[in-house]
Design a binder for this molecule. Structure first.
Ligand SMILES: *Cc1c(COP(=O)(O)O)cnc(C)c1O
Length: 402
């Protein structure tokens, strides 16, 4: 048999735009130069240099998660891999799980818990509402639950679970392990793992942390770790086995070859968070997101979620009747070189406010591009009023958002 011939392909130069698009959607988000530089380096995955990097990633991770737990683990994989690691290690087959579902990502946790043999009860949260602690308290009374899963910010429909702390405390009081998906929210708004009695926090690289996709972090409480250590069954997931991952992340030995470049990138992303400090970072995200939301409304557009349940990390915007969200996005991308997200089935667009997205210059460019693209599609908007409102929102605060 002759060998198969190589395919004819284009070089990346012919595929990628000459100037990268401004990534203002629901992730991945723009990364700082230090992060992209770190991502270009390959080092030995074992040895003294890597050990130093790992120790710092864990220390900075503890700060970002607000935990003193020793069990901060990196994961080679997307946020969903960190999610699967949390679920697979903490849900014992046959155990009852309460999954609080607001949308697509919180439902993914319910699905994963079912797949590993958990007996999952879904607590459906009505559309565009946050999960109410009272409803969770009621649901917890109904069964012998061992695990509760919940998302802090539901990226898919831009809902914010503002009663998260009360809910994780309730879960803790009932003897449950509380698993929180903070992929889009971590480091953009408060989440205090120890104080709020959270047992597992899941995050990804490419959203709140402004790192690359594909390398994620999972933090486990002491209580979660004891549950994992006392596990009787052998996990079917070898790569995601927390006890094996512990060999690399805490015992300087081998599990699998860590994605060294991605870990270096994450190191830099975390270092930038530490340098900025969490309070200042939360403030920057809040100011930027609110100013953008007000600008969008002043322009004459409607936000998807009422303020009480609205997420600041990802903003959902209704597209005027008769106008295609896809057409708006493609014009924005082609003409203004700004990329935003659509949604799963809804006629909306979503703009992210995570990490480097929350910078004044990016907001002006994005709001202008959105308004101009919707106008081009045929709707009447007051673009100058929107920009003026954005400027006002950014100017009245003392924080540096540039
Ligand atoms: C993006 C996201 C995920 C999934 O992350 P991937 O890296 O795409 O696997 C999970 N949960 C939330 C809240 C997200 O925003």
């Amino acid at each position: 048999m002759p060998l198969l011939l190589p395919p004819s392909v284009m070089s990346l130069d012919d595929i990628l735009p000459q100037e990268p698009l401004l990534m203002m959607g629901a992730g991945p988000v723009p990364i700082p130069h230090k992060v992209s530089y770190a991502n270009s380096i390959v080092i030995n995955h074992l040895g003294e240099t890597m050990n130093k990097v790992i120790e710092q990633v864990k220390a900075m991770g503890r700060y970002v998660f607000q935990t003193e737990s020793e069990h901060v683990l990196g994961v080679a994989g997307p946020g969903s891999a960190a999610m699967e690691m949390a679920i697979a290690n903490l849900v014992t087959p046959g155990e009852r799980v309460l999954s609080i579902c607001n949308g697509y990502f919180s439902r993914r946790m319910a699905e994963m818990a079912t797949r590993v043999g958990g007996l999952v009860t879904v607590l459906e949260v009505p559309n565009f509402e946050f999960a109410a602690a009272a409803a969770v308290e009621e649901a917890l009374k109904g069964g012998d639950y061992k695990v509760v899963t919940i998302v802090q910010g539901e990226t898919s429909n831009t809902v914010f679970n503002r009663e998260l702390e009360a809910i994780t405390r309730l879960a803790h009081a009932q003897g449950c392990v509380a698993i929180v998906d903070a992929v889009c929210t971590l480091s953009t708004m408060p989440l205090e793992m120890d104080a709020w009695k959270v047992d597992a926090v899941i995050t990804g690289g490419q959203k709140g942390l402004s790192s690359i996709p594909g390398v994620s972090l999972l933090a486990l409480s002491e209580k979660a770790w004891r549950k994992i250590e006392s596990r009787k069954h052998v996990l079917t997931h070898w790569c995601l086995d927390a006890l094996l991952a512990d060999n690399f992340w805490n015992k300087k030995s081998y599990h699998y070859t860590a994605p060294v470049s991605g870990v270096l990138a994450l190191h830099e992303a975390l270092r930038l968070v530490c340098e900025e400090t969490l309070p200042k970072r939360f403030e920057r995200h809040l100011v930027c997101s609110k100013a953008l939301q007000n600008g969008i409304e002043a322009m004459g557009l409607e936000l998807l979620v009422p303020e009480a349940a609205r997420l600041n990390s990802v903003i959902g915007i209704k597209v005027p009747v008769g106008i295609s969200a896809d057409a708006v996005r493609s014009y924005m991308s082609r003409v203004h070189r700004v990329e935003i997200s659509g949604s799963f089935g809804l006629e909306i667009v979503r703009i992210g406010q995570m990490g480097e997205q929350s910078r004044a210059h990016n907001l002006f460019r994005t709001l202008h591009a959105l308004g101009a693209s919707i106008q081009y599609a045929g709707a009447a908007l007051d673009l100058p009023a929107g920009i003026a409102e954005l400027e006002k929102g950014l100017a009245q605060e003392s924080v540096t958002v540039a």
